[in-house]
Design a binder for this molecule. Sequence first.
Ligand code: 6PG
Length: 270
Amino acid sequence: MLKPDDPNDASRGGVPIHLEGEDLPAPPLPGEKLVRRGPDEVIDALAADIVAESLRCVRRFGDFHLALSGGSTPQPLYERLMICPTYRSLPWQNTHLWIVDERCVPFDDQRSNFRMIRETIVEHSDIPPDQVHPIPATSPNADLEYEKTIRETLCWREKHEDRLDLVLLGMGPDGHTASLFPHTEALHETKRLVVFNEPKLEPMVRRVTMTYPLINNSRSIVVLVIGASKAATIQRLVSGRDTPDEMPIKGVRPMNGTLRWYLDAAACGL
Ligand code: 6PG
């Protein structure tokens, strides 16, 4: 499934198109960076890039595998994708929707990531129901079941392309991403694609999360970080000596794909 990193390999995530806008100076994070003045401009640039990537993947593979995070930051992006006519060309009919991590609560619980994604995206798109893949987080075998679904769904792709096309991540104040929290067992997983993990922040419920092996093998990883409340974490990320065990976002290192940060000025401390 894995290949060594080769920047000239055309199977890597495509070149982003972004929308017109003023690019501000970016902090020295690994990978590509896009910094725009306010949240709206960041969201527009990311929405345009997601649509472009989805069309590219559907042209090439016949489908698009998109994994979305929960939390509060991406909700306006999901709403923009559904409401704004500019982004309605996203081919939902050919898209498979995956969830990066989930809280172990029923889908109608306020804390469920899938609940938010269902209400903002699924209920407003023509995505076929069998292409929507919530994590069955209340099942005692949720991790194994989700991993099986991922493997069985992606195995139809040609070799080396049997991977997620775009994984959207957020970042918590402690540097966690997905439900990969500092000093937790899931950070040391090298084979499994999905595991249970313990929370270190609210909501303090058990989680199910995609692991580094799955995230880092995807074609394209995008990290959306917005707001002044994240500025100290970005600062710590670029200037501190933390290990991935201390700041799990540091363990996000694509093996044969791209990593792009989408940030607003406030998150960069500008
Ligand atoms: C979750 C997420 C998590 C999130 C960060 C950032 O289930 O909470 O998947 O990794 O992306 O905690 O959350 P905010 O966007 O709410 O700051």
